[in-house]
Design a protein around this ligand. Sequence first.
Ligand code: COS
Length: 382
Amino acid sequence: MALDPETRDQLIDGVRRFVAERLRPIEAQVAENDAIPDHIVGEMRELGLFGLSIPEEYGGLGLTMEEECLVGIELGRTSPAFRSAFGTNVGIGSQGLVMFGNDAQKAKWLPGIASGEIVTSFALTEPEAGSDSAAVQTRARRDGDVYVLDGAKRYITNANKAGLFTVMARTNPDIKGGGGVSAFLVPRDLPGLSVGKPEKKMGQQGAHICDVIFEGVRVPAENRLGAEGEGFKVAMQVLDRGRLHIAGVCVGVAERLIADCVAYASERKQFGQALANFQLIQAMIADSKTESLAAKALVLDSARKRDAGEGVTLEAAASKLFASEMVGRVADRAVQIFGGAGYVADYGIERLYRDVRIFRIYEGTSQIQQLVIARETMKRGG
Ligand code: COS
C-alpha cells in the first residue's frame, strides 16, 4: 500500500539529506579506496535502505514501485556505487523471493534481507550467457531431497558480501532454452560454493562484482524458487522490476549532473562573463534538462502502471533504455561544459561519466531493451 503523502515526503527528504550530508562528502574517498566504510553501511541499514521493497510484514518499508523510483532518484544524486551496497537487497537479489517464494522461504530469509543483516546477489549471468540469459549452463541435478549445482556465474554484484544467492541453473538439459532453467535460493556457506576476487572496473568503485563458482553444491530441494522450469521467467520478471529501479537512479544522476553544470557555468568566467551567459552552453543545459524530465515522467508513469497491476515489460525496457542513454548524454555534456575541469579527477565529473556507462549494459543492454520493446510492441499490435 502506498505511503500517505506526508510520510512519503519525510522518507524522500530523509534520503535526500543522508545523500547530501553523509554520502556526497565521501564519494571521492570511496572511489579511491574502492570500499564503502562499514559505519556508512550501518547508517544505510538504520535508515531502512536495505528493505525499501521488502513487505512490511517481513520488516521492510514495503514501498510501491513509484516510491522506490522516487527514492532511486534521490540516491542517484551521489556516486551510484553507494546504492549498489543495498541495491541487490532491494531489487534483483530479493525480488525473486518476494514474488515467487513460499511462506516458509519468505519467513526464513526476508527479515534478514530487509534489515541488511543478509546481503543478497542475483546469479544469472555466466561466461557464455550474458544477453542470451536463457543459455544458462550451470547445472542443477536432482539427487533425492537436494539439487547438486555445478557451474560458474560471472559479474555477480555484491557476491563478495552475499549471504544468499538467487541462482538460475539448468534442471533439464534436454530443454535448451529458458524452459529448462530453475531458480534456487543458495546460502553462501554451503560447501562447494566459492567467490572470486572483485573485478577491476571502469567506474562505480566501491561496488563489487565477482565470479561465483559452484562445485557439487548440495542445495536442499525446499530452496527451489517456484516450479521446476520456471527459473527463466522468475529472472525475467525480476529484471522487469529492476529495470525501472535503475531508470530512476539514472534520472537522479542526471539531475545531479545538471545541478553541477548550472553551478559551474554560473561561476566560471570566460570572455569576461559567466559561462552560463553563453547560448551554446545554455543549449546543452536545456537539452539535458528536457531529456531528464522526459525520462523522469516515463519512469514514474511506468512505475505507477506496475503498481496498478499492469504488465510493464515494455515500459520497464523503454524506461531503462531511455534513461540510461539519456544520462550518458547528460554526463558527456557535463564534461564538455566543465571543459578541462571535466576531464580532471578533482571535480568528480569524469568519475560520474565513467560511473554511468554501466547503466547501458547491466540488467540488459540497450540493444536487449530495444529487442524487448519491439517484441512487446508487435505483440500489442502497436
Ligand atoms: N516476464 C515474464 N515472462 C517472460 C518475460 C518477462 N519479462 N520475458 C520472457 N518471458 C517468458 C516468455 O514468455 C517465454 O515463455 P514461453 O516459453 O512460455 O513462451 C520464455 O520466457 C522465453 O522467452 P523468450 O522466448 O522471449 O526468450 P529469449 O531467449 O528469446 O530472450 C531476452 C529473452 C533476450 C529478452 C532475455 O534473454 C533477456 O532479457 N536478456 C537480457 C538478460 C539481462 O538483462 N541480463 C543482465 C544480467 S542480470 S543483472
